[in-house]
Design a protein around this ligand. Structure first.
Ligand code: DGL
Length: 259
């Protein structure tokens, strides 16, 4: 097997990023770690998040990964600087897509739904400040949403209730862009579309992360050049079934792993 791309998240949410990666880079093998046992990361301290990211990174490096995608906004905004300083592989991170939203909004009001850990990070604040002059950002913590997705309850009444509670105040403030600042949230898009007015755009960072990964692979001359059968390994330290339901398909292996 050629060297794989390593991907990790606090749980199953980063599979939304894996899907974009796989679409753009179909010749790349991958190994995905769902650290569901420790989800959510978003309520943990920066120190705890960094520690968990070190654990995930070292496991992926042991598996000979050539590049690591931190498929989690909370992990990126709290730990990517540490990871880049301490490990010798390229890291791709993900942050809430504030810049594209700022360029697109006409009402000059943008909603950001993300975890507490992301919204309180200095990386988020710095990016936010940089691109949002003259634009009002309405931040909302998505408390409880990651736990519902982790337990396979995407379509539950509780999920609908929480989304209404979180999004209604943003609509009252006339947002026309809703940034999904957590890689779990793309799984909520069908529910969101049910009650968002059609002129509110939902923006996530999945495609941009895939494009950035492609650029870094090329820049480092480590992209897979051979067309062949690829393999994708997914490991969860909890909830294997939930993970399985999100990524089943050819060349996909899902298994439990204690890490
Ligand atoms: N997927 C993670 C993110 O993008 C979820 C964070 C959490 O575990 O709280 O932020």
């Amino acid at each position: 097997m050629l060297k794989p791309i390593g991907i990790f998240d606090s749980g199953v949410g980063g599979t939304s990023i894996w899907r974009e990666l796989n679409k753009l880079l179909p010749n790349e093998h991958s190994i995905y770690l769902a650290d569901s046992k420790n989800a959510p990361y978003g309520t943990k301290s920066k120190e705890e998040i960094v520690k968990l990211c070190i654990k995930n990174t070292e496991l992926l490096l042991k598996a000979d990964c050539k590049l690591i995608v931190v498929a989690c906004n909370t992990a990126t905004t709290n730990a990517i600087d540490y990871l880049r300083e301490n490990y010798n592989v390229p890291f791709i991170g993900i942050e809430p897509a504030i810049k594209p939203a700022a360029l697109q909004t006409k009402t000059k009001n943008v909603g950001v739904l993300a975890t507490k850990g992301t919204l309180s990070s200095s990386l988020f604040h710095n990016t936010s400040k940089l691109f949002t002059e003259g634009i009002t950002i309405i931040e909302q913590e998505g408390t409880g949403l990651v736990e519902l997705i982790e337990t396979g309850k995407v379509n539950s009444e509780k999920t609908k209730e929480l989304l209404r509670k979180y999004i209604s105040p943003m609509l009252q403030k006339n947002i026309d862009c809703l940034v999904l600042g957590c890689t779990h949230y793309p799984y909520l898009v069908p529910l969101l579309q049910d009650f968002l007015p059609s002129d509110v755009h939902i923006i996530d960072s999945g495609e941009a992360v895939a494009r950035q990964t492609q650029a870094v692979l090329i820049q480092n001359e480590i992209q897979a050049k051979v067309k062949g059968t690829v393999q994708h390994f997914f490991y969860s330290n909890s909830n294997v079934e939930v993970l399985q339901n999100l990524v089943n398909g050819d060349n996909v292996t899902v298994a439990y792993k204690d890490f």
